[in-house]
Design a protein around this ligand. Structure first.
Ligand code: GNR
Ligand code: NI
Length: 168
């Protein structure tokens, strides 16, 4: 297994739109395992392939308290079940140190493939719904800071750019 490097905002590679996974093979399984290891090590509840500079429609997550419920979604899409929104204080491993409230649909129906290429469906609510939407946004080159005001986003950008200069 391997810990992968996580890209940080405002890295332009986080803006790429990921194409679908077409081959379900052993290489994909290795990538999934590395993504889980990277996510758990970083203490995140989710990780999209885009964040580790792999541009494929693939995400992993584990929203359980015990960190014993890994879930994989390949080529996932979702439909909003009703108009109700839920607010969560969101953070992102690609925007380290910043947390802001984002409103998203409370309940979604997700259609996806598992790592063997089998289709499945799932209704998600609460933090699972928020997390899946946050991760699918990554696959479309979108970040939670895009839902904030320009002023807030620019402040986050310049603080992170300063951090990156220091550690470069
Ligand atoms: O670890 C994470 N926590 C989190 C909290 C609220 C809403 C979304 C998230 S996802 C984030 C990990 C991450 O950056 N995934 O892309
Ligand atoms: Ni994120």
């Amino acid at each position: 297994m391997a810990i992968l490097q996580i890209l940080e905002f405002p890295d332009p590679r986080l803006r790429k739109i990921a194409p679908p996974v077409t081959v379900f093979d052993a290489k994909l399984e290795v990538l999934i395992n590395d993504m889980f290891e990277t996510m758990y090590e970083a203490e995140g509840i989710g990780l999209a392939a885009t964040q580790v500079n792999l541009h494929k429609r693939l995400l992993v997550l584990d929203t359980s308290e015990e960190k014993d419920s890994p879930q994989v979604f390949i080529n996932p899409t979702y439909a909003v079940i009703d108009e109700e929104l839920t607010e969560y204080d969101e953070g992102c491993l690609s925007v380290p140190g910043f947390y802001e409230t984002v409103a998203r649909p409370s309940s979604i129906k997700v259609t996806s493939f598992d790592k063997s290429g089998e289709p499945f469906e799932l209704v998600a609510e609460g933090i699972l719904s928020t997390c899946i939407q946050h991760e699918i946004d990554h696959l479309d080159g979108k970040l939670f800071v895009d839902y904030l005001s320009t002023l807030k986003r620019q402040r986050i950008r310049s603080k992170l750019e300063k951090e990156h200069k220091k550690s470069a």
